[in-house]
Each structure stands twice: as structure tokens, then as C-alpha cells.
Design a protein around this ligand. Structure first.
Ligand code: T3D
Length: 259
């Protein structure tokens, strides 16, 4: 059914694998359409618990496929961004489940910013991130100019984007661009363990936590306190809160339904 991605679901634990390894998993229109279809499925699934973005081959994603007809110089790049990249980034940040990126090798251009739009980024030590936009005469898109100052501060965001250099995964973790850098041979096991944890987590609580954090950038403290109060009121009536309290009292592992 899909040719540019692989799409799997194991009891609500979804995995999207970018799968054009000979082109370093760069985005073409077919890949965008397949990603849209996969996200439609996940959004419609009330039992979804977690989504992992992984990639086939030696790299994560080299950004836009520069050989794709849609981005021929002189054409309307804005059309491609409006149709594909902006909805993709917004949908990931708004998905009410944790979204993880597992980065091996290079993540460049929109590939880097796809990873940064995920809630948790795990990278192998040999991975790297490149804001490869100004190098070809473009500005960072896919949310790069929004994410980077918030993740790493304005000075680093300027350096990363204006200079466009390669940032090794360890440095990316040190500066707060990504969550964690692990030894290459530990990357799969580390991410598998997180997927397992989120598959059994109180998903609604994670969704509200993600929504509260992501919304906080444009809120005052008063607004944020009110939002926390509203969400906590809702979670106080959730099945998972009842289960969390019961399991604590009974000194057993909670069995969260995600609701
Ligand atoms: O409106 C719009 O949509 C604009 C949107 C823009 C969003 C963007 O993402 S702009 C940025 C686009 N990406 C780049 O500029 C990165 C280009 N690639 C590179 O600089 C290098 O490939 C890397 C630094 C990422 C990796 O280098 P390396 O030496 O490890 O690999 P390589 O040999 O350069 O690439 C391997 C193959 O993948 C090669 O194919 P070949 O020659 O073996 O047949 C190469 O051409 C291909 N490839 C890599 N990146 C792209 C690509 N093919 C098409 N588009 C690519 N972006």
C-alpha cells in the first residue's frame, strides 16, 4: 500500500518508518501523501498510545528531495509548504499522544525539523543535525525558526541556521535541541523501552501534559494556571487517575487503559 514509508500498528503503538534509503529518506510528494494517510489513520484511532518516527538505512532524512518537480527553482515553494510541510508539523505537535523520533545518521533540512517537531528525540551518537537551508539559498522551514530559539536560545538558533553547520547528536543533546543521545548500539533498545512504557501509560494525562507544555509558549502564567486547573479537573475524573490511586494503595503496578 505504501512505497515511501512503512506503517505499523501494534496495539496502538504506531511506527512510521521513512523508507527511501537510497535518497536518504528525503521527502517527495508521494512520501508526503503517504504520511498524510498514515496520520489520518492514527488521528482516527481512539486507542492510539504512541507514535514513533524511524527511518530506513544510514540516515534519518535529508529534507526535501531536491530533484522533485515540486521544488524546481522558479516554482512556488510556498505551495509545497502549505500543502505538505505545515500540516505535517502542526499535526505532529497536536497529536494527543507522545510522538518520538529515532534518529540515526544525518537529519538535514526539513528532516531535522521533522525530528524537532516530535515530543522526544532520541539519537545515536553518530547521528547529526543540519539546518541545511541557507546553504541552498532558503530559510529554515517546517517550524525551524520557531522551534530552535525556544529549544536552544536565540544565539545558538542564529549560529545553527545562518552557518548551517553539522551538529553532532551529543552536542544537540547538550544544548537542549534533542532529549537524549545514546550509544549507537543502544538506540533501538532505548527507543523500544520508551515505546513499551508509553504503550501502557495514562495516555490522556500525557496528552494534556503535551498540550499544556506546547500551549505555554503563548500563554501568561495566569492563563497557564487556569489551563492546568481545567485539565486537572478533567483528569481527576479519568479512569486512569482512579487506577493510579488504586494501584498505589494496593502496592501494585497500575494497569492504565489510556482513558
Ligand atoms: O517548498 C519547499 O518544499 C522547500 C522545502 C525545503 C525543505 C528542505 O528540506 S530544504 C533542504 C534540503 N536538503 C538539503 O539541502 C540536504 C542535501 N543533502 C546533503 O547535503 C547531503 O546529502 C547530506 C549532508 C544530507 C548527507 O551527505 P552524505 O555525503 O552522507 O550523502 P550523499 O552522498 O550526499 O547523499 C546520498 C544520496 O542521497 C545521494 O544520491 P546518489 O548520488 O547516491 O544517487 C544524494 O544525491 C541523495 N540525497 C541526499 N539528500 C538529498 C538527496 N537527494 C535528493 N534530495 C536531497 N535533499
Amino acid at each position: 500500500m505504501f512505497t515511501c514509508i512503512e506503517f505499523e500498528n501494534a496495539n496502538g503503538a504506531y511506527v512510521i518508518t521513512l523508507n527511501r534509503p537510497d535518497k536518504l529518506n528525503s521527502f517527495n510528494q508521494q512520501m508526503h501523501q503517504e504520511l498524510k494517510q498514515a496520520l489520518d489513520t492514527i488521528e482516527a484511532d481512539k486507542q492510539a498510545r504512541v507514535l514513533l518516527f524511524a527511518a530506513a538505512g544510514r540516515g534519518f532524512c535529508a529534507g526535501q528531495d531536491l530533484a522533485d518537480d515540486a521544488v524546481t527553482p522558479g516554482g512556488d515553494l510556498g505551495q509545497v509548504i502549505e500543502k505538505y510541510y505545515n500540516p505535517l508539523i502542526l499535526r505532529l505537535t497536536q497529536l494527543p499522544i507522545p510522538v518520538i523520533a529515532k534518529v540515526q545518521g544525518v537529519a538535514a533540512g526539513a528532516g531535522a525539523n521533522l525530528a524537532l517537531a516530535c515530543d522526544l528525540v532520541y539519537a545515536g551518537k553518530s547521528a547529526s543535525f543540519i539546518q541545511a537551508f541557507t546553504g541552498i539559498g532558503l530559510l529554515p522551514d517546517s517550524g525551524g525558526t520557531w522551534q530552535l530559539p525556544r529549544l536552544v536560545g536565540m544565539a545558538r538558533a542564529m549560529g545553527l541556521t545562518l552557518l548551517g553547520g553539522k551538529v553532532p547528536a551529543e552536542a544537540a543533546a547538550d544544548m537542549g535541541m534533542i532529549w537524549q543521545c545514546v550509544e549507537d548500539e543502544e538506540l533501538d533498545a532505548t527507543v523500544d523501552a520508551v515505546m513499551e512504557k508509553f504503550s501502557k501509560a495514562p495516555t490522556l494525562a500525557l496528552a494534556r501534559t503535551k498540550q499544556a507544555l506546547r500551549g505555554s509558549t503563548s500563554a501568561t502564567l495566569e492563563q497557564q494556571l487556569a489551563l492546568e486547573c481545567n485539565y486537572q479537573r478533567q483528569l481527576g475524573n479519568s479512569a486512569d487517575y482512579a487506577e493510579g490511586v488504586a494501584s498505589f494503595g494496593e502496592k501494585r503496578t497500575p494497569n492504565f487503559s489510556g482513558n
